[in-house]
Design a protein around this ligand. Structure first.
Ligand code: F6P
Length: 537
């Protein structure tokens, strides 16, 4: 049995250190060290990571790194990269890193080199994506495909939508992309309302191919198509599947020749660079998709090989632990200053919260410390005119990740300078605030002054890159994936299962027949019974 985290020497040392520095201000830390802005920076893989505006000293980082060592992070990283079955509750390897391993690499799982299989699927995706992009893949009536509708949910949706939005600049603009996830019929109805069936391809994306939402939407999409094209033979030209479950795919009526596979060692929320990215590849083209994989791989190499003190995901993960467990922060804001990244916070919500939203450790006992934060955010500068008030002057400590690029993909005069000035200013304002003296010097009345004071000392990281390219998107996603893993290891939880999503699904399956047959006796609690009766009317 692993030692309890809170009993570990590094944890105890961190606790005493926290008592010493918890009231130290960022103003005094910067005043006491002219080189602080250079000291707490990591530049690697083209990412400029500034973590100087955190409530830390070099001792904090030393202790956090010591904690990571005591918790066996190095061995765990090796175990993950080498394909050991570290997802112990599901007895699976965790090998999203194999999805972006260069051709010719060797990673063995159950006596098979999985990299060979990965590349053979990538090649099949490439052939298919090219044929759709070139108009060679014809619909049943002989017309080329113009509309691609991805049907999936969770990891089979959030990655594809986020990547499509993030990389829209690179997309082939004569193709329309839609993403249907919700079981709410409004989602599918609106997605297909203006589409011609003859020109529409549905990609049914589901690791299990049993998910209620996806299968219900896929069946309805098939009905929609058949109502318009009549012949069952049309299905083969208008439906393809991405899944690990060949049997269910053929049971649905999709020819397994039109199926793109992946493997049980790819978690749903770690799958956007597997065949789940088929819509992404069709949108941006195989070369860009491979560039994205290369970006992922560069960050994998960085995480795998860089000493913890200079390791971006390790430092990010440890800083998260510092705030969650010592400063009692509950949430983490992710604030991309690039509108193309508007779905990035939503994507990260599944990645982070489905991974680390757990309170049972690997040895089956409950934690006596906090784990995963709530991740949330919106792009800047929109968020500034909405919720930043609370980050600046509210009662919660909310660490922020600012993400920005030096160059805009659409360099309209002035816009980029205004955008990035705002991003940099927010980090500065959060860290240093504005004191009562400063406010009063501006001639503000004593009555109003308290309202205009910014206490500052609110931490943030800034991630700066050159330009939003497929390669940088891959790096960014892998960076958060590995930060999540770092935290999971330190907390002693399994970031790769998601058992907390099951109970609600099971209860919904019991309630569905009760909504369809009002004669069924209801034996829930009184609130649930009454909600069902209210719905039945
Ligand atoms: O309900 C949670 C979940 O299992 C996610 O982990 C997963 O990404 C999503 O459902 C979709 O699952 P599938 O790809 O099997 O349809």
């Amino acid at each position: 049995m692993k030692n309890r985290l809170t009993d570990s020497p590094a944890w105890k040392a961190l606790y005493s250190h926290f008592q010493e520095i918890k009231s130290t201000s960022l103003r005094s830390l910067f005043a006491g060290d002219a080189k602080r802005g250079e000291r707490f920076i990591i530049k690697d893989t083209g990412i400029y990571f500034d973590y100087s505006k955190h409530r830390i000293t070099t001792e904090t980082i030393d202790l956090l790194v010591r904690l990571a060592r005591e918790r066996g992070l190095a061995a765990n990283i090796e175990a993950m990269f080498s394909g050991e079955k570290i997802n112990i509750t599901e007895n699976r390897a965790v090998l999203h890193t194999a999805l972006r391993a260069p051709k010719g690499s060797i990673i063995m799982v159950d006596q098979k080199n999985v990299v060979t299989e990965v590349h053979s699927v990538l090649e099949k995706m490439t052939r298919f994506a090219n044929s759709v992009r070139r108009g060679e893949w014809k619909g049943y009536t002989g017309k080329p495909i113009r509309n691609i509708v991805n049907i999936g949910i969770g990891g089979s949706d959030l990655g594809p939508v986020m990547a499509y939005e993030a990389l829209k600049f690179y997309a082939q603009h004569n193709l329309t992309f839609r993403f249907v996830s919700n079981i709410d019929g409004n989602d599918l109805a609106e997605a297909v309302r203006d589409l011609q069936a003859e020109e529409t391809l549905f990609i049914v994306s589901s690791k299990t191919f049993t998910t209620l939402e996806t299968m219900t939407n896929a069946r309805r999409a098939r009905t929609w198509l058949l109502e318009r094209l009549v012949s069952e033979q049309a299905i083969a030209r208008h439906f393809v599947a991405v899944s690990t479950n060949e049997k269910e795919v053929s049971g649905f009526g999709i020819d397994t020749l039109n199926m793109f596979g992946f493997w049980d060692w790819v978690g749903g929320r770690y799958s956007m660079d597997s065949a789940i990215g088929l819509s992404t590849m069709i949108a941006i083209g195989p070369d860009n998709f491979y560039a994205m994989l290369d970006g992922f791989h560069q960050m994998d190499e960085h995480f795998h090989k860089t000493p913890f003190e200079r390791n971006i995901p390790v430092i990010m993960g440890l800083l998260g632990i510092w705030y969650i467990d010592f400063f009692n922060a509950q949430t983490q804001a992710v604030l991309p200053y690039d509108n193309y990244l508007k779905r990035f916070p939503a994507y990260l919500q599944q990645l982070t919260m489905e991974s680390n939203g757990k309170h049972i450790t690997l040895d089956g006992t409950a934690t006596d410390y906090q784990t995963g934060a709530v991740y949330w955010g919106e792009p800047g500068t929109n968020g500034q005119h909405s919720f930043y008030q609370l980050i600046h002057q509210g009662t919660s400590l909310i660490p922020c990740d600012f993400i920005g690029f030096r160059k805009s993909l659409n360099p309209l005069p002035l816009h980029q300078d205004y955008l990035i000035a705002n991003m940099i200013a927010q980090g500065e304002a959060l860290a240093f605030g504005k004191s009562a003296d400063e406010v009063k010097k501006e001639g503000v009345s004593d009555t109003l002054a308290p309202h205009k004071v910014f206490e500052g000392n609110r931490p943030s990281s800034t991630f700066f890159m050159e330009r939003l390219t497929p390669e940088y998107l891959g790096k960014l996603v892998a960076m958060y994936e590995h930060a999540v893993f770092t935290q999971g290891v330190v907390w002693g939880i399994n970031p790769f299962d998601q058992m907390g999503v099951e109970l609600g699904k099971v209860l919904a399956m019991k309630i569905i027949p009760e909504l369809q047959d009002r004669q069924k006796p209801l034996n829930h609690d009184s609130s649930t019974n009454d909600l069902i009766r209210y719905y039945l009317g």
